[in-house]
Design a protein around this ligand. Structure first.
Ligand code: TRP
Length: 451
């Protein structure tokens, strides 16, 4: 496990790194969030902007973030402190790490509640939810769950517990094993769903909705949503990829791994959209149905297909695992900070972090029942946490990561860590994207969306 310049644990190989980073990237963001955001923001134009953001900002920032982690060899806060020191830059750069830790806690708090709902669906499918299900039945199921503080809390508690249990085992034992068989499985069941969707009445309408680009329907806020979604789905801007970069074995091409991870992640999101929108239209549902969209459509799809109970069960089980391999990366930066800096044991750190995120998550539990009409900055508590973290904190974190890698670090250091030659085409494109394109575009979108 140890290697020549640090005795920090490491991933076994390049493949494990790719699996772990893909495991972090692919999750509820692809299957739950991407479809409902696309639905709420008018379809094709949103998808287009999202794809542009992934390519022009997502991949270069992922390379930058991985590289910072690899050079820093520590948790995001200490990594930023060390690298700022090495570059003789302002020590305040460490607050970038702090913002990431905070964003991770906020995201995990609501992520866990949604993941909890997917756990609940496993139970519902086992007890016959999918037999002769109609739209009214599917809506009643999710409305019932949203109204039940007891059930939401139960599954939220279980999910936080599972996340902390895995993180407690450490990188090699917990994280690697959790991701090795998951992604291919999820991908396969997703293909079954896509095939089913392709045979449904709504297929053409669903495809048109997702891929017909009409910028007239796109507001400045939708552009910010697309940008936020690009960061969210790639796990960028808060140190998750940085911490995985710190476990990267030497000699791995960061450009290649980043491109692979982004490609897999995008593929899963697009396939999820292709699977879901035909069902939406075939059943006369509203694309803008919001966060409950997949809980209304997927059970209907499974209920209508051959061996639906089996596939439905597999799908929700795999989705819970995909959510777990993402949630562990949301909390790993915080855990490794308190372990490395405050000397707590991993166990104590996990218990503490579990209590904090669980408590914050209760606000999201209440968002669909007793607090449903309570407004936090004009939206529900869940909506507020989501907007603050995904649409503000992650893009701000992303800009700062890009600026640090592009402007603060020595060029020779970044080229060395990325293992690409300084005067090659690849390096120069990356440098241009992190120095100019990402900071300027992200700032404009942020300002445009916020004001
Ligand atoms: N990317 C994950 C998803 O799409 C969620 C996630 C995991 C995340 N780690 C992150 C989001 C770090 C932002 C930052 O489900």
């Amino acid at each position: 496990m140890a290697h020549h310049f640090s005795d920090r644990v490491q991933f076994k190989s390049r493949l494990t790194f790719i699996l772990a980073a893909t495991g972090s990237a692919v999750g509820l963001g692809n299957i739950w969030k991407f479809p409902y955001m696309t639905g709420e923001n008018g379809g094709g134009a949103f998808v287009f902007v999202y794809l542009v953001c992934v390519i022009m900002m997502g991949i270069p920032i992922m390379m930058a973030e991985t590289m910072l982690g690899k050079r820093g060899q520590k948790n995001p806060i200490s990594t930023m402190a060390t690298l700022a020191n090495q570059a003789r830059a302002n020590p305040a750069w460490k607050y970038l790490g702090w913002m990431g830790v905070l964003a991770g806690v906020i995201i995990l708090s609501y992520y866990s509640v949604i993941a909890g709902k997917t756990i609940h669906y496993i139970g519902r499918i086992l007890t016959g939810l999918l037999w002769d299900l109609d739209l009214a039945g599917a809506e009643a199921a999710i409305d019932g769950l949203n109204g039940s503080i007891f059930l939401l809390t139960l599954w939220h508690t279980l999910f936080i517990g599972l996340t902390m249990y895995i993180v407690m085992q450490g990188v090699n034992e917990g994280i690697e094993k959790a991701v090795e068989f998951l992604m291919p499985g999820l991908f396969l069941v997703l293909m079954v769903l896509v095939l089913y969707a392709a045979m449904s009445d709504g297929f053409q309408q669903g495809i048109d909705f997702m891929f017909t680009v009409d910028f007239g329907s796109l507001s400045a806020d939708s552009v910010l949503m697309a940008l936020g979604q690009a960061f969210f789905t790639l796990s960028l801007g808060m140190g998750a990829i940085m911490i995985y970069g710190s476990y990267l074995p030497p000699g791995v091409s960061i450009a290649k791994t980043s491109a692979i991870v982004a490609l897999c992640d995008t593929l899963v999101a697009i396939l999820a959209g292709i699977a879901i929108f035909p069902i939406v239209f075939a059943n006369g549902l509203e694309p803008a149905a919001g966060p409950d969209l997949i809980f209304k459509t997927l059970p209907l799809a499974f209920s209508g297909m051959f061996a639906g109970t089996l596939f439905g069960l597999m799908f929700f089980v795999l989705l819970v695992f995909a959510a777990l391999s993402s949630s562990i990366s949301l909390i790993e930066p915080a855990i490794s900070y308190v372990v490395e800096k405050w000397g707590l044991t991993r166990k104590t750190a996990c218990i503490g972090a579990g209590i904090i995120t669980w408590t914050l998550g209760m606000g999201t539990v209440f968002s669909t029942n007793i607090w449903i009409d309570k407004k936090f900055f004009g939206t529900t508590f869940f909506g507020f946490l989501d907007y603050l973290s995904a649409n503000i904190m992650l893009p701000v974190g992303g800009i700062l990561i890009a600026v640090f890698a592009g402007w603060i670090m020595r060029q020779s250091d970044t080229a060395e860590s990325l293992q690409i030659s300084e005067d090659g085409y690849l390096y120069r494109s990356w440098k241009f994207l992190v120095c100019y394109v990402a900071p300027i575009a992200v700032s404009l979108v942020l300002l445009g969306g916020l004001f």
